[in-house]
Structures are given as structure tokens and as C-alpha cells.
Design a protein around this ligand. Structure first.
Ligand code: MEV
Length: 424
């Protein structure tokens, strides 16, 4: 994509102008990017006791080529270096042909849990025999999804204990995340089970463990692309594979490994107006699917290539919830150039893998601090009160010293401003 080289060095007006050219943004869309304020009425319809807006910065990740299409990806995060790292990881993959995605199905699961069951096997049989009737009831409770080509598809029964049974409804929710849809369908089915089988219903609710909405992304990088001045690419690839193995074996490392993946995933999920708590919960449950908590990504070396893959549940929507309400989300969808929810899901997964690659590449070579340092020092300069035009000088001053804490930053700022300290 043209115009994005050294994007970080350009001022806001130039950055917006480049976006305008590339994405044919309208004047109204540019205005929203410049000033994305929610008005009081909008805020008040979204949550209760609305007061104000909490601010998080939004930036663009670059270099993402997925299934042959290049994307600009809006990310919302407070953590310095997340976007730089995501773009860096993607640039290595871009040079190697980009990410490939696989997405088999996009179905959501909801559960009706029956308790005090006298004969669990018998209940399972009765529910299976009533499958057609239950699916019909579910669809009748939400007819609009059937009109859009979706609807309830399957009923599964899981016996959780001798007296506890989960009746799972599997639904094609089309472009939505489906929480409201599922919950309405589940409650309709639960009423039926109550009256027909005298079932004692415990809960009826969507599951955020979206195992029928899995997305997989892969990449294959010639090891030479990983080379750093102080280490050959082959050795770096072997170390990234070892770090991946470590994250499969040790939950202490797996948690941090996955946190890094979620740095990227959450930032795009938030920018797209989706429910990031749902995505977090599902991702971590999936990471523990083999009985111990493990790293979500896998890196291996094969035929002089570093092969990466990441699979996780990603039920993301392009309609519904806050997506229709928040003007900036609509602009972000335009920046992403989305056709549908599946495309959003593969983008988010690719950012997770790109983010993970950048983190591991740094960790097994120079360590994480080197890359982070400048951005962290920038935050420190701002935290001690440096004005935008003073930040670079404070950062340079800090880089030249051993101590890089707030007292030193304050002292440098005072020196720049020519303020003399009182001797104590
Ligand atoms: C920091 O936010 C994320 C990392 O710790 C991830 C990792 O260790 O893989 C750098």
C-alpha cells in the first residue's frame, strides 16, 4: 500500500490525508477520526448513569497481507509498542507471502442446563427425539435470522453429571455475535422442555466457548528473513520454535505468551466494536482444552522455514451491539474494508500471530526492553509533564543516562526549561 512508509513520522493532518486517498474516506468520516466524541444522548443509550468517555488511543497496524489482500488495521490499545510490534511481525510475514487463513464454520453455541435429572440418559434420548421440534421452536422465537439465511441448526446433549445435563443449541447467527438471538431461542426452548418433560431448568445462556467458530491462520517464513545483525536467522527460528514448545509445557510462560497474542487481538476487537471480554474468555478456555493451559500459537522449523499457526475461537460481528451505534466503529470497518464477519475474524487472528511473532523474535534475540525502551521513555516524559515539543529531548536525555525513572525525567525536563533546582 502506498503512502504508509514512515507513517509514524507524519503529522495528524498528513496521516488523515493519506487515509482519505487510500480508502476514499468522506469528509464526515474524516471528521469522526479527528474528533470521535460520543454525544451525551448516545452514551446514555449505551450504558447506565453515563458520565463521560474514557480515552484510549487508536492507531493503524500496517503490512498485513492475508490470503493475498493487504489490510490497514485499526487497533485500540494503551500499551506502547503493541502497534509497532504488530506491524513489524506482519512485515516479516509479508516478505514471505503473507498469512493464510482457514475458517470452516461460523456457528454459535448456547446451553440449556437441566438439573435434578432423574435419568440423564433418558432425558438425552427424549431431547434427541424432539430435535426437529426444538429447532423449529428456536427459529420461531427469532424468525428474522431465518429470513437472513441463518437459524438453529443442531441440538447436542452433554451429560455433565448423573443429575446434570446440558442441552446445547447450535445456531448460524450470520453477521451477528448472536448473544441476544441465542438467549431468546434458548429461553423459548427451555420453556418447552419445562412443560413437556418437567425439566428443572438451571440456566439458559449463550456459551462464550465458541468451538464451532474457530479461525486458524498460518504463515511460513524462510529462516533467512529472521536474521538480525547479531544472530543468524536459522538460530532465531530454532529459538522461536523452542519458545513455542516452552509455552506448551509451562503455564507460567503460556500465560505471558498468550497475553502477547491478546495484545493484538483485543486491540482490533475493541476497534471493531466487539465484546473483547467474550473473546478473552473463549481464547483462554481454548488454550486449556488439552487439560493444561498452553500457548495458543505453534512455531516449528521445517525445510528451512519457520512455520507458525494460531487457532482460536473468534466469534466477531459486523452488526449489532455497539457496532451500529458508535460512529468510529463504522469508520474502522471502512478502514478494514470488510466484506463480512468471517473476514474480520481472519484479520484478528492474523494480528494475534503477527504480534506473537514480533514478541518472540525480540525475546529470543535482543530481549524485549530494547524495542520497548523508546516508547516507554516517551510515556515517562509525558507522565512527568513534558509538552509534545519537549518529549523528544526528554527521551534523548533519558537514553543518555543510567537512571531512567521519573525523578531523572523530571530533572531533565527542568534542565530543558532552564529551571534551577533549590539545593536541599
Ligand atoms: C507484553 O505486553 C507482551 C509480551 O510479554 C509477550 C510475550 O512475552 O510473548 C512481550
Amino acid at each position: 500500500m502506498n503512502g504508509f512508509s514512515k507513517y509514524y513520522q507524519k503529522d495528524q493532518a498528513t496521516r488523515l490525508e493519506i487515509l482519505k486517498q487510500q480508502k476514499k474516506l468522506t469528509k464526515a468520516e474524516l471528521e469522526i477520526l479527528k474528533d470521535p466524541q460520543l454525544n451525551f444522548e448516545l452514551g446514555d443509550t449505551m450504558i447506565e448513569n453515563y458520565l463521560t468517555q474514557y480515552q484510549l488511543p487508536e492507531g493503524l497496524a500496517l503490512n498485513y497481507v492475508i490470503d493475498g489482500k493487504e489490510y490497514l488495521i485499526p487497533m485500540v490499545t494503551e500499551e506502547p509498542s503493541v502497534i509497532a510490534a504488530a506491524s513489524h511481525g506482519a512485515s516479516i510475514v509479508k516478505r514471505s507471502g503473507g498469512f493464510k487463513s482457514e475458517l470452516k464454520e461460523r456457528l454459535m453455541i448456547g446451553q440449556i442446563v437441566v438439573e435434578q435429572v432423574k435419568d440423564a440418559k433418558k432425558l438425552a434420548r427424549l431431547v434427541k427425539d424432539s430435535q426437529a421440534e426444538l429447532l423449529q421452536l428456536a427459529n420461531a422465537a427469532h424468525p428474522s435470522i431465518v429470513k437472513r439465511g441463518g437459524g438453529a441448526r443442531e441440538i447436542k446433549v452433554r451429560i455433565l453429571a448423573f443429575d446434570l445435563v446440558s442441552i446445547d443449541l447450535v445456531v448460524d447467527v450470520k453477521e451477528a455475535m448472536g448473544a441476544n438471538m441465542l438467549n431468546t431461542m434458548l429461553e423459548a426452548c427451555a420453556d418447552h422442555l419445562r412443560s413437556k418433560f418437567e425439566a428443572e431448568i438451571l440456566i439458559s445462556i449463550l456459551s462464550n466457548y465458541a468451538t464451532r467458530c474457530l479461525v486458524k491462520v498460518t504463515c511460513a517464513i524462510p529462516v533467512s528473513e529472521l536474521t538480525k545483525k547479531n544472530m543468524p536467522g536459522e538460530k532465531i527460528a530454532q529459538k522461536i520454535a523452542s519458545a513455542s514448545r516452552l509455552a506448551k509445557l509451562d503455564p507460567y510462560r503460556a500465560t505471558t505468551h498468550n497475553k502477547g497474542i491478546m495484545n493484538g487481538i483485543d486491540a482490533v476487537v475493541i476497534a471493531s466494536g466487539n465484546d473483547w471480554r467474550a473473546i478473552e474468555a473463549g481464547a483462554h478456555a481454548y488454550a486449556a482444552r488439552n487439560g493444561s493451559y498452553q500457548g495458543l500459537s505453534t512455531w516449528e522449523v521445517k525445510d528451512s522455514k519457520l512455520i507458525g499457526s494460531l487457532e482460536l475461537p473468534l466469534p466477531l460481528a459486523t452488526v449489532g451491539g455497539s457496532i451500529a451505534i458508535v460512529p468510529l466503529v463504522k469508520v474502522n470497518q471502512r478502514l478494514l474494508d470488510l466484506q463480512d464477519a468471517k473476514e474480520l475474524e481472519k484479520i484478528v487472528a492474523a494480528v494475534g500471530l503477527g504480534q506473537n511473532l514480533a514478541a518472540l523474535h525480540a525475546l529470543v534475540t535482543d530481549g524485549i526492553q530494547k524495542g520497548h525502551m523508546k516508547l516507554q521513555l516517551k510515556s515517562l516524559a509525558i507522565a512527568v509533564g513534558a509538552r509534545p515539543e519537549e518529549v523528544a529531548a526528554v527521551v534523548d536525555g533519558l537514553l543518555a543516562r543510567q537512571a531512567r525513572d521519573s525523578a531523572t525525567a523530571t530533572q531533565i525536563l527542568e534542565e530543558i526549561r532552564g529551571i534551577k533546582r533549590e539545593e536541599k
